[in-house]
Write a protein that binds this ligand. Sequence first.
Ligand code: HEC
Length: 128
Amino acid sequence: MLGVACSKSGDASGKVDFATQIKPLLQDRCVTCHNDETFAGGLILQSKVTAFVERPSGKPIVPGDPAKSSLYVSLTLLDSERKAMPAMGHRISDAEVALIKRWIEQGAVWPEGEAGMIPAKKIHKGES
Ligand code: HEC
């Protein structure tokens, strides 16, 4: 049998796309805390410029090397560890963790400028 139950993020071969695969995940599960108002842990995951800043604990993202990227490592820690992410709510799925890993392996392509900006989901103020 071919291609049974292959979810869109479970495809282990294709090139990971920031806009459709990484950005929504970060926006839904990470930027809620890691934004420019709350900046949990001093980390802002809303743009390439802020997300790649080196921290005392190392670099959040080391293109090509997930094991050195705290952003990936934090997803693989046990629940009981303080730095296990997301810090609240359910953990992200194995498929999503694998997706982040693959994205970093492929060079962690994160567009500059508008395409790479991830707005925090805040209370809607009804602007249109
Ligand atoms: C509920 C709020 C919250 C959410 C959601 C959240 N984080 Fe965090 N994050 C924190 C806090 C608080 C810290 C600081 C932890 C510490 O050092 O004690 C942190 C720290 C980190 C660090 C730095 C770890 C280090 O080595 O210093 C990374 C990387 C990180 N988070 C990634 C993520 C990713 C990726 C997601 C989404 C999958 C995420 N976080 C979701 C609150 C959150």
